[in-house]
Design a protein around this ligand. Structure first.
Ligand code: HEM
Ligand code: HEM
Length: 446
């Protein structure tokens, strides 16, 4: 027996067994896997065009983040005078240090986009009603966890980008009526960014949020099992009772999941080999960059701040949108559209109109505010720069909802979807304007 085989046998004695006993071992492995997964799944849910693999990709990115995050902990030092240098040391002197940091950075940012797309796919296939209502809420909690993880991670490199992005974002907290100033002090661990801020963020980033995510994720997956699997994709004409054939999870689902995971891993690895995570000069509290921008995922909110009084842009509007998202699954819907992309054929036409209307009205709103009303920042008067523009936008949204519902003789499923698309598209447009079209002094630039 050669040495390689002997070593292998010393580790896996089972591989010495006759072929039929080895089959038995594989069976144990299968049954272990089947403790986590259902034994059979509906064949129709395997269609890639139902999930686009997005939930699975989000889960893979979370695992990548945990793996690389734990490795970063060996090199990173959470103190203002040492954090920046520890990252320099990681990048320049530790083998694969730069690569590990890049994977962590790109996975974290990619996770926001993938989780957002997953959220859209869940909404547009009507997978948030019926037995899946609470899983939508759990999904929202996961999304909040992902955003907060990214936000708290953003500060840790302690470079100019990190310092000022967190300064501007945390100053937004101040506008929450009543508790704002206290909350800001709690987050920063004082009045300004300093040693307490970095240690707060570090503890939240590497202990509290990971534990919360680890607790919530299995709950998310368990709710899918309890809802009898994913929604069954169907055309608008098909009945919701058509469940189709069941097939074995192994190999049908597992091979697909492993393929998606490997492809995603390859993509993240290639990006991380080609593009380094940003790293500016060391944080300098006395020198703010112009413009000072929040992290990209908060740019929609920072852009709103240009047009509405802070109490509206930072508190009332986000609060109303959050309440809207939380109650969405619990509204009374006329039709069961689970599994039908965009509710119906009519729903698709309405969706296109909503996207076009949102792009046109948001872009023209931003341009009018900038060039005709002429404010680079919403003024301090809560009536003229808060209540008035807010009422105009609210009236526009309600008007659009009522008009579309009447014009298309739509069900409330279709009408709610149209409003959802209007708001989501407007938010994405604001984010794009904030990221790419704001220059020095936060003026518009083309
Ligand atoms: C870290 C973030 C998330 C992870 C890792 C995750 C993971 C998953 C996975 C693996 C699935 C099954 C496969 C698939 O649908 O692609 C799923 C389904 C689901 N997710 Fe998520 N998810 C996340 C965020 C969200 C968000 C933000 C929402 C919505 C607010 C959401 C709501 C749902 C619902 C309702 C289902 C069931 C869909 C159905 O029955 O067809 N999830 N999730
Ligand atoms: C959903 C989970 C997570 C997300 C979205 C996330 C995101 C991020 C981001 C965006 C950064 C800044 C990277 C940069 O540009 O330099 C960061 C840094 C960091 N993260 Fe995470 N992270 C997650 C989980 C973890 C976990 C579980 C740990 C460890 C237990 C960890 C440890 C670290 C450390 C030590 C840094 C500082 C090093 C650096 O900035 O490169 N992270 N994280």
């Amino acid at each position: 027996m050669n040495i390689i085989k002997r070593i292998r046998l010393s580790i896996f004695p089972g591989s010495n067994k006759p072929a039929d006993r080895q089959k038995g071992n594989r069976k144990y492995f299968r049954s272990l896997l089947l403790h986590f997964r259902p034994r059979v799944v509906s064949e129709r849910t395997l269609k890639f065009s139902l999930t686009w693999g997005l939930g699975g990709m989000a889960a893979v990115l979370v695992f990548l983040l945990f793996g690389t995050g734990l490795m970063l902990k060996f090199a990173y030092e959470p103190f203002p005078d040492r954090a920046y240098d520890s990252i320099l040391h990681l990048q320049n002197s530790i083998p694969f240090g730069q690569l590990i940091r890049n994977i962590h950075h790109w996975s974290g940012n990619g996770l926001i986009i993938i989780a957002f797309l997953h959220f859209l796919r869940v909404f547009f296939t009507g997978a948030f009603t019926g037995p899946r209502q609470f899983n939508w809420i759990i999904g929202l909690a996961l999304f909040a966890g992902v955003i907060l993880s990214n936000f708290t991670g953003y500060l840790l490199p302690w470079d100019q980008l990190a310092f000022w992005a967190i300064t501007i974002s945390s100053s937004m907290l101040e506008y929450i009526p009543g508790v704002g100033a206290r909350l800001q002090e709690l987050v920063l661990g004082g009045h300004d960014l300093g040693p307490s801020t970095i240690s707060n963020f570090y503890a939240i980033h590497t202990a509290i949020l990971p534990v919360l995510l680890l607790l919530i994720l299995p709950f998310h997956f368990w709710r899918i099992r309890k809802a009898n699997g994913l929604v069954i994709p169907r055309s608008p004409e098909e009945d919701s009772d058509t469940r189709g054939e069941k097939v074995d999870t192994i190999p049908n689902l597992i091979t697909r999941e492993v393929t998606v995971a490997l492809v995603l891993f390859a993509v993240v690895l290639i990006i991380s080999m080609l593009v380094d995570a940003p790293f500016a000069a060391k944080a300098n509290p006395g020198l703010s960059p112009n413009p000072t921008k929040a992290p990209w995922y908060f740019m929609g909110i920072q852009e709103m701040l240009m047009h509405f009084h802070p109490v509206f842009s930072l508190f009332i509007i986000p609060l109303l949108l959050t309440i809207g998202l939380l109650v969405t699954p619990y509204l009374n819907y006329q039709a069961d559209t689970a599994g039908i992309w965009f509710c119906s054929t009519k729903g698709r036409q309405m969706a296109i109109i909503a996207v076009v209307t949102a792009i046109a009205s948001t872009v023209s709103g931003v341009l009018i505010d900038e060039f005709m009303i002429g404010s680079a920042q919403a003024g301090p008067n809560i009536i003229s720069s808060g209540l008035v523009p807010f009422t105009i936008v609210l009236a526009g949204c309600i008007g659009f909802y009522v008009f579309m519902k009447k014009k298309f003789n739509a069900t409330n499923n279709e009408a709610v979807q149209t409003l959802f698309i209007l708001l989501c598209t407007a938010f994405v447009v604001l984010t794009v304007v904030g990221i790419w079209f704001r220059g020095t002094g936060m003026r518009l630039m083309f």
